[in-house]
Design a protein around this ligand. Sequence first.
Ligand code: ADP
Length: 358
Amino acid sequence: MTLPTVDQIQQALAQVMDPELGRSIVELGMVRDIQIQEGEVAITLVLTTPACPLRNQIKAQVEAAAEAVPGVKNVSVELGAMSDEERRRALSSKSPASQLNKIGRVVAVISGKGGVGKSSVTALLAASLQRQGYSVGVLDADLTGPSIPRLFGITGPVQGVPLGILPVETRTGIKVISTNLMLPDENMAITWRGSIMSRAIRQFWEDVLWGSLDYLLVDLPPGTSDATLTVMQSLPLDGIVLVTMPQRLATMVVRKTVDMACNMQVPIFGIVENMAYYPCLESGVKHEIFGQSHADEVAQAAGAPILGRLPIDPDLAALGDSGEIEHYEPVEFVQLVEAFTAAVSVLDPASLEPEAAD
Ligand code: ADP
């Protein structure tokens, strides 16, 4: 009987696709090692993340593919996780747009529950970074509840060119992509299932001509949904910012998000507590309208610093409603952005400096 070769096993495994990324596990560099002895095949497989929810599915497909090679008596699969560098390489895409894009840091903004001001914080963070001289993009991954275009007062439709999709620019030059910039009417509902959502998010990453960006902020839907999983698993995220507010419920659900980020080994850069208090202009007293702060507890659970506590400010709501959020420059945000860039710079202190103004 002929004995199987490493090449034959490799060819068989090339047919196995990563269900999330839609590419062959061999092409993605997930097959780290193949050993064969007398028809006994031992495969070492490295996943993009150790907590990959599809690990058993991928393992079963690898076993079946290798067992189908003539002469194979037994297959054992050992699972491991990619290094950061391997992961970055695997998740970089060969699409024409991503070959041209040069993106510094990819940071997701996430909250446990809706309505805590996550999109407002994403937009304000983008605007503040842009003001400081960084080039910034916002990928609105909240596909079914996109509010980023409205906050910046921008509308579609986005333009398609042979190399990819052009994002829409805000008045200060922040590049934005969102499903709302693709719909003929912003009130149209999107009723996509999980797998289509995942593909759309991948497409926003791969097929959009972002150009050269210091920061790409990804506005995630609230909670631990499919879209969140896709972003954590298939975008080369550097880390996340967690937005919460003082309510007990918000604190409880944000902990689930912390748990998910820890499982997926995505660093948490810090916590933003929004609507933390209402400052009385006359007395200077800070009224805790939504209750006492739990930011310390969340920060402790996340093992991350509090980047800032933002007040309730009707001006913010009004400017957001009128699409002029870039005009909002609260003092609290100056420190918040400093804390944010400091947290990010720990990754590689020399890598990101804003370009000097001309
Ligand atoms: P999320 O993205 O978490 O659903 P949004 O950013 O859409 O939340 O904010 C929900 C609503 O709360 C919006 O109307 C927004 O203008 C308002 N809002 C957010 N943060 C503040 C704040 N600090 N003060 C006053 N209103 C706020």
